[in-house]
Ligand binder design. Structure first.
Ligand SMILES: C[S@@+](CC[C@H](N)C(=O)[O-])C[C@H]1O[C@@H](n2cnc3c(N)ncnc32)[C@H](O)[C@@H]1O
Length: 267
């Protein structure tokens, strides 16, 4: 299966709705606010939202560039684009495009600022994708990329062997489950300068559906349960184990998001 086929399967209508629920939890709302504090976006700018998903980041960009600015948002998955377009329907400065980040429908040196949260980890040809990003940015423009290293995930359970097996299955949902470790060198190779890195931790001490980990549990169980060598029984037993930690007052989840900020050199 090509990585774009796997991405489209994960972000069908049901996947889009599940993702939206997770991205509206207080955990992820707070994380988005922290990410936007690192973004240098101002009224009148031309901004790019790469892999816009639910459109929550597109909406925040639209409000930041205001009526004098413009936002172009791309995504490969039609259900995500439809959701994002509905969310931003009151903002005429936003245009959506169904496109692959490997081949963006924009001229060279178009954008002042670009944002991609949890997107590059889905793309096998990441170095080509970063060169394509450099192509569409203006000299001096800022890019901000957020990705997760799933080995930073700490999740309390009783059966550690099963937890490792589940995480091994989950690592197959993207071609680059440990992307942040190599992102700085990749950005530099693609021609970006002043690469800065930040971490944003996310922690849950309770397992409700209104938390990031409570929502992700269903996503992970559904993906790993569908893999031929793993199966739904393993996924169901894992979910029951992790949930049962709450009964003993021992529920614990944490993960790090890695934020990379870089600039296209002026000359
Ligand atoms: C985990 S979601 C993140 C959505 C959004 N950036 C956010 O943080 O709210 C990943 C998104 O990247 C999109 N995506 C993955 N690979 C892509 C590609 N090659 N080209 C364009 N979009 C892609 C998916 O369709 C999905 O909407």
């Amino acid at each position: 299966m090509k990585d774009t086929d796997s991405t489209l399967a994960q972000f069908d209508q049901a996947g889009a709705e599940r993702l939206e629920k997770i991205y509206l939890t207080p955990d992820v709302v707070q994380q988005r606010e922290q990410i936007f504090q690192l973004l240098d976006v101002k009224p009148g700018m031309h901004a790019l939202d790469i892999g816009c998903g639910t459109g929550l980041t597109t909406l925040a960009l639209a409000e930041s560039v205001a009526n004098a600015g413009r936002v172009d948002a791309i995504d490969i998955a039609p259900p995500m684009l439809a959701m994002a377009a509905r969310r931003c329907s009151a903002h005429r400065q936003v245009t959506f495009h169904q496109a692959d980040i490997l081949q963006m429908p924009f001229a060279e040196a178009t954008f002042d600022v670009a944002l991609a949260t949890q997107v590059y980890e889905y793309v096998a040809d990441i170095d080509d994708a970063l060169r394509e990003l450099a192509r569409v940015m203006k000299p001096g423009a800022q890019v901000l990329l957020v990705d997760t290293d799933w080995e930073s995930c700490v999740w309390a359970c009783r059966d550690e062997v099963r937890m490792r097996r589940m995480m091994q299955g989950w690592s197959q949902h993207i071609p680059h489950p440990q992307l942040p470790r190599t992102m700085r060198q990749r950005l530099q190779r693609a021609g970006f300068a002043d690469v800065q890195a930040h971490t944003i931790p996310l922690m849950n001490m309770a397992c409700s559906s209104d938390t990031f980990s409570g929502g992700m549990m269903g996503f992970i169980a559904s993906f790993v349960g569908g893999l031929p060598d793993f199966g739904p029984q393993l996924a169901a037993d894992w979910q029951a184990d992790v949930r049962s930690m709450e009964d003993a007052g021992g529920y614990f989840f944490s993960i790090s998001r890695y934020v990379f900020v870089a600039h296209k050199p002026l000359a």
